[in-house]
Design a protein around this ligand. Sequence first.
Ligand SMILES: NC(=O)c1ccc[n+]([C@@H]2O[C@H](COP(=O)([O-])OP(=O)(O)OC[C@H]3O[C@@H](n4cnc5c(N)ncnc54)[C@H](OP(=O)(O)O)[C@@H]3O)[C@@H](O)[C@H]2O)c1
Length: 359
Amino acid sequence: METFGFLVHPMDINDVTKKYKIANKINPKVVASVLKRRRPFVISEITGIKSITGKEAMGWFIIVPFLPHQFYDLDQDYVIEKIAKACEIGRKEGAGIIGLGAFTAIPGDGGRVVDNLSKVPITTGNTYTVATAIEGAVEAASRMEIDISAATLAVVGATGSIGSAATQVLADRVGEVVLIGRDQKKLTNLSEQVKAKNKHVKTSTSVSSIRSADIIITVTGAANTVIDPDDVKPGAVICDVARPRDVAELVVKRRKDVLVIDGGIVKVPGQVDIHALTGLPKGTALACMAETMMLALEGKYESYSIGKDISLDKVNETLAFAKKHGFKLAGLRSFEKKLSDAYINKVRENAGIKMAAIR
Ligand SMILES: NC(=O)c1ccc[n+]([C@@H]2O[C@H](COP(=O)([O-])OP(=O)(O)OC[C@H]3O[C@@H](n4cnc5c(N)ncnc54)[C@H](OP(=O)(O)O)[C@@H]3O)[C@@H](O)[C@H]2O)c1
């Protein structure tokens, strides 16, 4: 049996109150303050992962008790120390590799400092996340009859680890690229690299620049949503890879002419159920979790996706691991629900009516 650990954290205060009812009656600031003092702990043992090769894996999900904003606001040494402690808990349980989930993968240069401190190999899971984000965005665009070769692709959080790799892979497949981030200097550096693949590159520090895009991949490290209903043009596809999410739920409620999909939801081979822990449907996992599971199934107990620069060769390697072990994209989903053909057709129809009306 191959083994792994995976670090998770509450996405918001509701995740805490779901587990500790008493927290409902307490000021959220006090809850956050109590949380930050808590030690990491094992929340669940995950079994039932069975590769189509016949190999099996099991793992431990370990909570790092911080809310998203605390990963940025608290002293970075303290944050990294707690993440490293969680890795050590996983090692003692018997994990051969540890995946750093959501914001646990961001501090210390994208897991590099944690990797130096940890006695067990680690991975951020970002490599397979890039592969699945692209797969999902391309599939959704095709369902919306978007001609990818002529389309404008906007990447929000383009200067980040996942954002920059996704941009580099897709740049020469689309008509135009809009890079959106907070730091103009980083955006200019990235656009110089992207120009080698596509001359039509723009940069922006304003999320409203997604208004010109047909395909949007959004993958910021923001603690709150960054995309609102009025930001998007009719007929656009948004692939939201961020956890916590970048797209406000209001976008799906109000914009019936825009297709919003969850990035990086993967069908896991075997009989795995992490719904109670993550809200994800039975048999599925986030791509970063899936990458950790695949590395365990491969017996590849070495640090894999570390730091901010993702190897594009490794993106293809993770796709090969996925094929070998039977992991695949879990169809098109939005806010955890599977999107039916009828729903997608309706979105396309709504977008067509609106686009015709604008003309
Ligand atoms: N779905 C999955 O399976 C999966 C897997 C792994 C990670 N993720 C999620 O993907 C996201 C990004 O991860 P990453 O490792 O690529 O992070 P990263 O390397 O830190 O990149 C984050 C990007 O977001 C930008 N950003 C940060 N805070 C922002 C804010 N408040 N408003 C606008 N932009 C902001 C950063 O800009 P600066 O350069 O200016 O800081 C950077 O461009 C996270 O939400 C993570 O949880 C999802």
